[in-house]
Structure formats: structure tokens, C-alpha cells
Design a protein around this ligand. Structure first.
Ligand code: UD1
Length: 357
């Protein structure tokens, strides 16, 4: 079968790395039953340290198509992607288009494929934060409506799709990011991490709502007031707002350039806590058994909160931030969450089987 995988943003490169490996293993194990995958990179993330470094260190096959779309407002960015992806699908005529997660690249590819009657497979289906002001929530809901094959990380997300009456075929396979952590964390820990000697908290902030200038100013101030030391790989979106609005992070928030996936895994593994608004990092902290504080009013990774490993602190009320940092503990009896690290193999098998239907 011919598969067109569309990626564009940093977390999607990590997810694609696991599936490309699984596809290679699938093809080696079943001669004649090949999945031929071509990767399309929309160019949503274009800085080398948000894109190239991931392809290099995770040995992801080079994209067959690079659309070079870049930044823009949601409508402009999604619209330009839609047009460019439609042209690629028209030329390639794949059996399926595979998309990951919740970015503008995800939605654009799903819509382009559906309009050309090409079946859409959505990895990380059924997640909800119930916060419709997040562009990612909008992207998830619409992509799930469009997809014919929905690969869910857990039972909760499959139940969500059923409750919403989503019509595609849903399958619980586990989370491909669990696969990535399982494979790459030991490699990461053998490599030198960012040079940090003392106890530190890993910090990331890049959600749209948290990078509004006044929101970001309040968050930075509240973090400084906690007295903890943070190592802060700064996303370009955040860096731009800090610079444009003269927001000083100070020595307590040790700002560094965005780092690669392996370095990030090693940094998290060595941290005492994680403070983030990222989706993926909440789970990586969980799998590495580091307590997490999530700077959002809600999360799609509800179980990390329910088992006591992740604490939500609403950026609208940061008074609890200091006590949340002090009280954060990783529960000794935390159960395994989001699969067994073999999600990508299940996806490869399912794609191949279903392509014959
Ligand atoms: C996107 C995704 C988000 C994902 C995140 C991972 C959407 C709506 N959001 O948000 O779901 O978790 O990626 O990082 O699709 N920029 C650069 N260089 C880059 C990329 C972005 O400078 O390589 C800056 C630009 O100023 C741009 C801003 O970041 O305007 C926001 O870029 P956007 O494409 O919305 O991506 P993210 O904020 O990273």
C-alpha cells in the first residue's frame, strides 16, 4: 500500500520516527506485503532546532516533499497547507494519508485527503481537553470527524469517540510517544545532557494562550517568585514575545535554545520536576517518573492527573504554583499509562490489513 504521512511540527517528527521504524520492520517480516511510505513536511516548523535535528538524530527518512509553508495566522497557514497538500495527494494518489495529533498541519492534511476521497488515518485520536479556545482542540475534533481510521492511545479516547458518534473505525493501539520514550530514553541517557549540575526544574511554555504578552509576563513573574531554578528551552514563539515585550526571565529561569529530542529526554530524566504547557511533555515526565505541573486549566492527558503525577495550575490563578512545586511527588504506585510501547507496530499492521478492505 502507498501511504502518505504528513508532518509539520516538532512532536510529529518524534511520532513519525516510531512509525517509520515499525513500517521497516513490518516490511522486513512480510516480504511482498510492503507499505511504501512517503513523508510530506509542511514546513510549519522550519527552524533547524525545531525540525532538522529531529530528522537527523531520530533517523527519520528524508521527506519526499517539503512544502515550505512556514508561519502565519491560523487561517492563512492552514489554507496554504491545504492547497499544497492537495496537489501532492493529486499527484501521488496514495491509498491512505496518515496524520498525527492536533496541529494545523494535521487538520490541513486530513481535509485535503478527504476532499479527494483518500482515506485518512489519525494517530492520537479521541483526545479532548474540553477547551475549545485551544486551536489544537478544534483541530482534534475536526480531524476525528474526517478520519476513517482512528488510532487511540487508550480506552478513554476510544470511548470519547464513541460518545461523540464519530463514524470512523477506532482501535486502541497505545501511544506512539510511549514507543519513542521506550526506545530513545536509554540512548538519551548515555549521551551528555545540557550541562546542569544542581537540582533543576524543566520548564517549557509555548501554548497560544500562555504566550499572550500579559499572560507570559505573569507566568514568568510567578515562576521567579517560587525561588526554584528552571532550565527553560525557549520555543521561538515564546522567544519572540519575550523579546518584543521586554519580559526579563532573569537567572532563575535559565533560558536555552530549543534542544533535540534525545537531549530533552535526558534533561527531563535528570530533573526534579517538570513545569509545562506541552501535551507531549506531560506524558514523557510520566513515563520517566518525574512529577509534572501543567500550566493549563485542563489537559487531554487526564489520567496523569487522576493518578496524582500531574497537577494542573490554571495560568489565570497562579497563587497555587509555589505550593504545587513543593508538594509535587511521583506516586510510587503509578500504573502504566498509554500502552506498552508497541503502538507503532500495531498501527503498521492495521494499516496494511485495512488497506486490503
Ligand atoms: C504548534 C502546534 C501545537 C504543537 C506545537 C509543537 C498548531 C495550532 N499548534 O504550535 O499543537 O504542540 O506546534 O511545538 O498547529 N516559529 C518559529 N520557528 C519555527 C516555528 C514557529 O519562529 O520553526 C514561531 C513563529 O513566530 C510562529 C509561532 O512560532 O508564528 C507559532 O508557530 P505555530 O506554527 O503556531 O507553531 P507552535 O506554536 O509551535
Amino acid at each position: 500500500m502507498n501511504l502518505l504521512t504528513v508532518v509539520g511540527a516538532r512532536p510529529q517528527f518524534v511520532k513519525a520516527a516510531t512509525l517509520s521504524r515499525a513500517i521497516a520492520r513490518h516490511n522486513a517480516a512480510r516480504p511482498g506485503a510492503a507499505i511504501v511510505e512517503k513523508i510530506v513536511h509542511t514546513g510549519q516548523h522550519y527552524d533547524a532546532n525545531l525540525s532538522d535535528v529531529f530528522f537527523q538524530e531520530l533517523e527519520i527518512p528524508a521527506p519526499a516533499f517539503h512544502l515550505g509553508i512556514g508561519s502565519g495566522s491560523h487561517g492563512a497557514q492552514t489554507g496554504r497547507m491545504l492547497e499544497a497538500i492537495e496537489a501532492v495527494i493529486g499527484d501521488e494518489k496514495p491509498d491512505a494519508v496518515l496524520v498525527y495529533g492536533d496541529t494545523n498541519s494535521t487538520l490541513a492534511a486530513a481535509l485535503a485527503a478527504a476532499k479527494l476521497h483518500v482515506r485518512v488515518a489519525h494517530v492520537e485520536a479521541g483526545l479532548r481537553s474540553f477547551n475549545r479556545r485551544m486551536p489544537e482542540e478544534r483541530n482534534r475534533i475536526e480531524t476525528d470527524r474526517i478520519a476513517r481510521l482512528l488510532f487511540c492511545p487508550d480506552e478513554r479516547s476510544a470511548e470519547m469517540l464513541a460518545a461523540e458518534g464519530v463514524r470512523g473505525r477506532a482501535e486502541v493501539v497505545g501511544d506512539v510517544m510511549a514507543d519513542a520514550t521506550r526506545v530513545f530514553a536509554p540512548i538519551a541517557q548515555r549521551r551528555a545532557a545540557v550541562d546542569v549540575s544542581d537540582q533543576y526544574v524543566v520548564l517549557t511554555i509555548h501554548r497560544e494562550a500562555n504566550t499572550e504578552p500579559e499572560a507570559l509576563r505573569r507566568i514568568v513573574q510567578a515562576l521567579k517568585e517560587t525561588g526554584w531554578t528552571f532550565v527553560f528551552p525557549v520555543h521561538p514563539r515564546t522567544r519572540n514575545v519575550l523579546a518584543a515585550h521586554g519580559i526579563e526571565v532573569g537567572p532563575q529561569l535559565r533560558a536555552i535554545e530549543p534542544i533535540g529530542y534525545l537531549e530533552m529526554l535526558a534533561l527531563v530524566a535528570g530533573a526534579s520536576r517538570v513545569v509545562t504547557d506541552s501535551g507531549g511533555l506531560q506524558k514523557e515526565a510520566y513515563w520517566l517518573r518525574i512529577p509534572c505541573i501543567t500550566l493549563r486549566p485542563s489537559t487531554e492527558w487526564v489520567d496523569t492527573v487522576l493518578v496524582g503525577a500531574n497537577t494542573l495550575v490554571d495560568p489565570a490563578d497562579l497563587t497555587r504554583l509555589g505550593s504545587a512545586l513543593v508538594e509535587a511527588r511521583f506516586p510510587a504506585d503509578a500504573p502504566p499509562l498509554y500502552g506498552d510501547g508497541h503502538a507503532a507496530a500495531r498501527i503498521a499492521d492495521a494499516l496494511y490489513t485495512l488497506s486490503a478492505l
